[in-house]
Write a protein that binds this ligand. Structure first.
Ligand code: PMP
Length: 367
């Protein structure tokens, strides 16, 4: 009854959503702030007839809105003072939209990575990469991190690979390579292999590699609306890259599902893109809360990796991550622990509102 290939699937496990009581959810890197009120207006005006008709399969208006907002901000919601300007205009044909960046990543794995050579990724990065590699029969070669949790870029570049993928800032460490470090990797990497940087959390870091697209046509940048745009429930991710790469993703999409972004999603995201200031402000708040929370934890004797994201990876000496997770869960807050060597002692905590983090700190001080 079941296909042979089903036995080999090892599905991704998202953050838990228990229903036994009300929890403060700090386990899925969701944004604690509401999306722009302009979305409500846009949805109020949507004609019911639109729901009876197929949406635009290529999300033209949405791509234009995303391009406009990236050009306006320079590619990052709260840019650091030394973030370089884009230096070129992002156009609609450089953008591909999908049902969450998870789906965009699935098309990326299908379109660009063969199975004759390994796909290179850091040992710890987004845990969906090994799932897609398994799904498509791609040999994923995970390169161990340095002892300080930075990427071993030298080792990653010595491998004769079919492609390269990592998250920057990385997950679950929260740490980031600089744009210059990534450019040095691109310089050393073959121009005929796709080099993917997953910038799911980049808006919390101050930096983006988008300006490098002008020079490197094999660079593909993956972004999501889920984190900095408070859109995890609606599902929208996108890729930015050279038109030839975008065309390959479109061919892949049209061989699987013509309409990954529905009419509601397109209308809401266009409205969101027209209110970038709203999201920049929320992002600023999260960065401020993250830095204050990290400092408070360090002051309480915890180990905190320097985060450029909306989460922190933390540990307490002598206490396994699972025990920390359980102690916090018992008090009504969900965080995430990993049943994996090297990071077994850590928990990953999403940055919520100041009040939520204050509550968590009170609990943590009793552990
Ligand atoms: N990339 C990274 C690094 C992530 O942590 C996540 C969130 N789990 C995603 C991509 C996927 O995000 P989404 O599918 O919600 O766009």
């Amino acid at each position: 009854m079941f296909a042979q290939r089903l036995k080999n699937l090892k599905p991704y496990k998202p953050g838990e959503q228990p229903k036994d009581r009300e929890y403060i959810k700090l386990n899925a890197n969701e944004n604690p702030y509401l999306p722009s009120p302009k979305i409500k207006d846009a949805l109020k005006d949507i004609e019911l007839q639109k729901l009876a008709l197929y949406p635009d399969p290529d999300s033209h208006e949405l791509k234009k809105a995303i391009a406009k907002s990236l050009n306006k901000t320079g590619g990052v919601l709260v840019p650091a003072a030394d973030q370089k300007p884009l230096g070129f205009e992002i156009t609609e044909d450089m953008i591909f939209c999908g049902n969450g960046s998870d789906e965009v990543l699935s098309f990326v794995f299908y379109a660009f990575f063969d199975s004759d050579k390994p796909l290179v990724s850091p040992e710890f990065s987004y845990s969906f990469y090994p799932v897609y590699a398994g799904y498509y029969g791609i040999n994923l070669l995970k390169v161990p991190l340095n002892a300080d949790f930075t990427l071993d870029t030298k080792a990653m570049l010595t491998i004769d690979s079919t492609g390269m993928i990592f998250a920057n800032p990385n997950a679950p460490t929260g740490m980031a390579l600089s744009v210059d470090e990534i450019e040095a990797m691109l310089k050393a990497y073959p121009k005929d292999k796709v080099f993917v940087v997953d910038e799911a959390y980049t808006d919390f870091s101050g930096y983006t590699v988008l300006p490098l697209l002008k020079k490197y046509e094999n660079l593909l940048v993956i972004r999501t609306f889920s984190k900095s745009m408070s859109f995890a429930g609606m599902r929208l991710g996108f890729a930015v890259g050279a038109p030839a790469l975008i065309q390959a993703l479109t061919t892949t999409k049209n061989s699987f599902n013509h309409f990954p972004t529905d009419a509601f999603c397109q209308a809401s995201a266009i409205a969101a893109c027209s209110d970038i200031e709203w999201y920049s402000e929320n992002c600023r708040k999260i960065i401020k809360t993250r830095d204050a929370f990290s400092k408070a934890l360090v002051d309480s004797g915890w180990n905190v990796l320097p985060s450029k994201t909306n989460f922190v990876l933390v540990s307490k000496d002598g206490m396994p991550g699972k025990a920390v997770y359980e102690a916090i869960k018992a008090k009504g807050i969900l965080v995430r622990y990993f049943d994996i060597d090297v990071i077994r002692d850590f928990v990953r905590i999403t940055i919520g509102t100041d009040e939520q983090m204050e509550k968590l700190l009170e609990i943590i001080r009793t552990i």
